[in-house]
Ligand binder design. Structure first.
Ligand code: KG4
Ligand code: ZN
Length: 345
């Protein structure tokens, strides 16, 4: 069984060929990701119209190259899996219409995939040892949630953000430090260059520790105030800048770990999977690995970020459950992952 995965929900155009062998083994044969960072960094954030135009330009070329390099033709495919939501409507529509076109022309079945379900299942792609049930900590530019994953299509939310997402918190803080969008990885690299512990006077408040959900907007305010107070000093002193970055990273990672540890106690689950762009963060991976008594699984760096292999994988797993999408399916810009549950919670 050969699945073509297509992802175009935000600013990455991604395509993948996923193969399932007769014994059920899954292998990513080839994948391509075209990032639009250089286009959007000029504007300090993703410009939806520009992103959609890039997807429109890139997708046909990328799929053609993917099949060509792998010496496959349309006839070799068994399924097309495409991100249906959540994401930027105009961007989703490009991917969906492209996938529908292929389906009409070839007669191949089509499945519209929930992008967050893709992130939830992505750790399974690279970790065959990961078994259900597990807790998934999804940390990306648009989402921060802890999901109890009991099986494919069997999810409930343990905690989610009430304002900014973890990636957004990284990016906005990076912006306050003068780092170009998306600054998450740049802030992380700066933080990792800091020497020793964060000095007391740079420590940030521990925000909303006792609340049910995540919140990062208070942190953003605290950083803005710190930079307002000591901005000139911070920009003039490289080691101080690194210490501030470390303080920000410690604070975001500390909040995520605090809520993750609570979710572990609440659910009794001992398997934890990290996913989404922020799960590439070294400090986060190390902090999760240090939580006592847990088995922690992370996707490969490529599958942490938006990618089409996870979309192909989630599409395949739902297709196996008998699902198929109709040609008139529309894009869904807001689509909570728990609504993907097939079983009653
Ligand atoms: O999952 P993703 O590629 O796209 C979304 O679905 O949002 O996540 C992108 C987010 C951005 O906010 C980016 O700054 C952040 O992940 N990110 C990081 C790191 N690498 C990417 N944040 C912290 N540390 C990193 N190493
Ligand atoms: Zn994502």
């Amino acid at each position: 069984m050969l699945v073509l995965g297509i992802e175009s929900s935000c600013d990455e155009t991604a395509v993948a060929l996923l193969e399932q062998a007769a014994d059920g083994g899954i292998k990513v044969l080839r994948e391509e990701i075209s990032s639009q960072t250089n286009i959007h960094e000029l504007y300090g954030g993703v410009v939806p119209e520009l992103a959609a135009r890039e997807h429109l330009r890139n997708l046909p070329l990328m799929v053609d190259a993917l099949l060509g390099r792998q010496k496959k033709s349309w006839q070799d495919l068994s399924l097309i899996a495409v991100t249906r939501g959540p994401g930027l409507k105009g961007c989703l529509l490009i991917g969906l219409d492209f996938a529908k076109g292929i389906s009409v022309a070839t007669g191949l079945p089509l499945i519209g995939v929930n992008h967050i379900e893709g992130h939830v299942l992505a750790p399974m792609l690279d970790n065959p040892a990961l078994q259900f049930p597990y807790l998934a900590l999804i940390v990306s530019g648009g989402h921060t949630e802890i999901v109890e994953v009991r099986g494919v299509g069997d999810y409930s939310i343990v905690a989610r953000t009430i304002d900014d997402a973890a990636g957004e918190a990284f990016d906005k803080s990076a912006n306050l430090l003068g780092l170009a969008y998306p600054g998450g990885a740049k802030l992380a690299a700066l933080a990792d260059s800091a020497n020793g512990r964060v000095p007391k006077d740079l420590e940030l408040p521990k925000v909303m520790r006792e609340a049910e959900g995540f919140s990062f907007s208070g942190l953003k305010t605290a950083i803005a105030l710190l930079i307002k107070r000591r901005g000139a000093e911070i920009s003039a002193d490289a080691s101080l800048r690194a210490a501030v970055a470390k303080s920000i990273q410690d604070s975001i990672v500390g909040t995520l770990m605090h809520k993750l540890a609570r979710a572990v106690t609440q659910t009794g689950l001992k398997r934890v999977a990290l996913s989404g762009g922020v799960s590439a963060n070294r400090a986060l991976r190390e902090a999760a690995a240090a939580l006592p008594g847990l088995s922690v699984f992370v996707p490969s760096p490529l599958h942490c970020m938006d990618n089409a292999a996870m979309i192909a994988y989630a599409g395949l797993r739902r297709f196996e459950l008998g699902e198929k999408s109709a040609l008139d399916m529309s894009a869904i810009s807001r689509w909570p992952v728990e609504s993907m549950s097939i079983r009653t919670p």
